[in-house]
Ligand binder design. Structure first.
Ligand code: G3I
Length: 324
């Protein structure tokens, strides 16, 4: 049964989070937030290459299937993350030493086996994730690009589309809101794919952002993506409140309110793009207890709309206020 209350019911577009299989199974408060507040989920790790395809002839579906079954039972959309990425690769891919032709077949089989397995259950995919370098217009020298050439990106979309012509296919990356350098390169890439007739349907902008990012940069990220005419997914939203990595600080009420205002601004800006392009907003993780940010930064942080006890923070109301 789908829920009739919760954060997603206040919003005119889908709202979800990246979820962990382990926490879905073992933390009832976490599971209740996902069940009640979201109508879309992304697997935080369970659909990555190393999780699904640990060796050449082995695909391991149990964790990803668990999330898909949960979503089907509770009427939630599943967004797939991610078919092709330079991280979370198993050693047999990372260290591949055969021919280009062999690797092309592995690449095609990887994409098509996964998309076929989830056909009709996973409505959309991050086909390629983070192909560009940090804050740069240069493509990363991932194993995919090194062996297959720059146009692996286009072929990944074609292979995915062949396997499931109904699936909505996204290019996903981060840093759109940092400034024009990488953003322009991403927009040029997706525009050129679209012009060539490559089956791309959307832009995922991760938006791992921080409390002091400017309105102008956030708006430029969202509006430039919308100007392509593609679907726009804010795919990994979180707002760091301690990007300076200060040790031993706490989230004060004033800081929590500042965060609410930043969530509100992002939702407001997103809500103003054409309705038909609003694929939805997904936060990366569910509550501050499971956010990847404190571990990554090595400093306390509270980037999400739910707190360490999975209770709503002021940011929760900020999100609702963004569509009023
Ligand atoms: O599950 C294993 C565990 O068995 C093992 O003992 C342990 C030892 O390191 O590793 C565990 O796996 C870790 C996994 O998270 C689950 O916790 C991996 O090492 C670790 O690399 C992995 O990190 C994930 C990271 O992507 C790399 O895949 C983060 O959870 C996840 O939040 C993060 O998500 C990314 C998005 O996919 C793309 N955009 C950026 C975002 C944040 O970095």
């Amino acid at each position: 049964p789908s829920t009739t209350t919760g954060l997603h019911t206040h919003l005119p577009f889908p709202f979800g989070a990246a979820v962990s299989v382990n926490l879905m199974k073992n933390n009832p408060k976490y599971r209740a937030v996902v069940t009640n507040e979201m109508n879309s989920i992304t697997a935080e790790n369970a659909m990555k290459v190393s999780a699904l395809h640990p060796s050449k002839d082995v695909f391991t579906w149990a964790d990803a299937d668990y999330l898909v079954d949960f979503a089907q039972q509770h009427g939630k959309r599943v967004h797939g993350h991610t078919l092709i990425w330079h991280q979370s690769l198993p050693p047999w891919i990372e260290n591949f030493s055969g021919t280009k032709e062999e690797f092309e077949l592995i690449f095609k089989n990887h994409i098509q086996t996964i998309v076929t397995h989830f056909k009709g259950k996973v409505v959309s995919w991050d086909v390629v994730n983070e192909a560009f370098e940090n804050d740069s217009p240069a493509l990363r020298n991932s194993v995919w690009r090194r062996i297959l050439g720059d146009d692996y990106i286009a072929r990944a979309f074609q292979y995915a589309h062949e396997a499931d012509p109904e699936a909505l296919l996204f290019y996903n990356d981060y840093g759109h809101e940092w400034g024009p350098t990488k953003r322009t390169a991403i927009i040029n890439l997706v525009t050129s794919l679209k012009q060539r007739g490559i089956p791309i349907h959307g832009i995922g902008m991760q938006m791992h952002t921080r409390y002091n990012q400017s309105d102008a940069n956030l708006a430029a990220a969202i509006n430039t993506a919308a100007a392509t005419g593609l679907l726009v997914h804010i795919s990994e939203l979180d707002i760091s409140m301690n990007p300076e990595k200060v040790q031993g600080i706490a989230l004060t009420p004033a800081l929590a309110q500042l965060q609410a205002n930043r969530y509100k601004f992002i939702v407001q800006t997103y809500n103003a793009i054409p309705k038909a392009q609003q694929f939805g907003i997904t936060t990366w993780n569910v509550g501050d207890a499971d956010s990847w940010v404190p571990g990554f930064n090595g400093a306390p942080d509270w980037p999400l709309p739910f707190d360490r006890d999975y209770l709503p923070k002021p940011a929760y109301q900020g999100i609702i206020d963004g569509v009023q």
